[in-house]
Design a protein around this ligand. Sequence first.
Ligand SMILES: Cc1cc2nc3c(=O)[nH]c(=O)nc-3n(C[C@H](O)[C@H](O)[C@H](O)COP(=O)(O)OP(=O)(O)OC[C@H]3O[C@@H](n4cnc5c(N)ncnc54)[C@H](O)[C@@H]3O)c2cc1C
Length: 349
Amino acid sequence: MSVFDGIVVGNGIASHVTLYYLSLRLLCLENKNSLPKRLLILESPVNKPCSLYSTCHAGTINARDGISPLGDMIKQSYVKLCEFVKEKNPLGVYEGSLYKSYDISDEVRPELSKEKLNLPLESDNIFYGHQANHHFFDPQIFLDWTKSEYIKNFNNLNITVNYKKAHITNIILDGENYNLTSGVDQFKASSILLTSGAELFSIWTKEGWNYPKLTPREGDYLLLKNIDLGDESFSIMIVSTNVIYRHFRKELLIGGTTNMPNEYLDKPNNKELRFYHSEFKHFYPTLPDYDKFEIKRGARVRGPKRYPYCGELNKGLFAMVGLYKNGFTFPFLMAPPLVEEMIQKNFLK
Ligand SMILES: Cc1cc2nc3c(=O)[nH]c(=O)nc-3n(C[C@H](O)[C@H](O)[C@H](O)COP(=O)(O)OP(=O)(O)OC[C@H]3O[C@@H](n4cnc5c(N)ncnc54)[C@H](O)[C@@H]3O)c2cc1C
């Protein structure tokens, strides 16, 4: 049994952003004498982090104020992301434009200008709704940057951060501690943070634990490397999907789909992807053929009514899960108050 002061299950964006804010908050504590020494971050060798298999762009073109609390949350978290980028200047986040391929009523979105699409596409005569200040992530670079920042901060606090690949299959409360089981390995800590994405820890929900019901929704998207569409990243909303050009990697992404549970388990959702591909070809006739694209898949997870869950499940057991389609904005809104709650409730003490 390996014993730690705190264990974080998961190594995707929820984990990185929360640890980043936690490290900053601990640096500001007046009394640092009682801080723990050992933190463990677990990652499953089986479940790939969705954060690295995602189209991961962020904006608010579909979120309007005052319509629903979820819409407000999407908007507020985007504002937090923008503030974070402005203040911290992280690696792996780029600003670009979002366009809509169909008309939007001025009454609905007066802030959107209708301008000619300034892209090397062949649909010269079409005008589009346009929103600047859209954000595009290079997820690996961003996660690496965040990790190097929090490790630096934890090192300054003499807290060591350990990493291990282990697929947790059970969590048991044993007195004040939680025992996490993975095959023959067992890990123990009194403070746990679950950022385990689509892993359905809800099936272990113990009586009294507040774990939400989560529904996985895998998604496929197309990826084409080595394509040059200019020096600015952009996204075009076409029908119900997005085309994303990442200028920093010279990549084009189309998608993703939202597969129902148990759908397309062994094969990609080719039908829907082909449809999106053909729709974009309509705007961009020299688009390479469908079979030139790689197909990627990520597993996102949806909470009840699309709300994420963020808070304490049981004494010392915290979670940030159910980010669904907003994984690259929600953590910037939710992590600071979660960290505050964790510190108030003696996480890592
Ligand atoms: C096709 C597609 C497109 C998307 N596009 C966007 C987009 O444009 N914008 C946006 O904001 N969001 C988008 N998303 C959603 C976004 O990618 C996710 O919400 C986000 O990545 C989830 O992050 P996470 O940290 O919660 O989970 P993950 O990144 O999945 O990380 C979970 C971590 O938990 C670990 N783990 C899981 N199970 C176990 C276990 N049993 N034991 C130990 N460790 C475990 C995993 O190994 C991993 O490290 C998209 C998703 C998909 C699939």
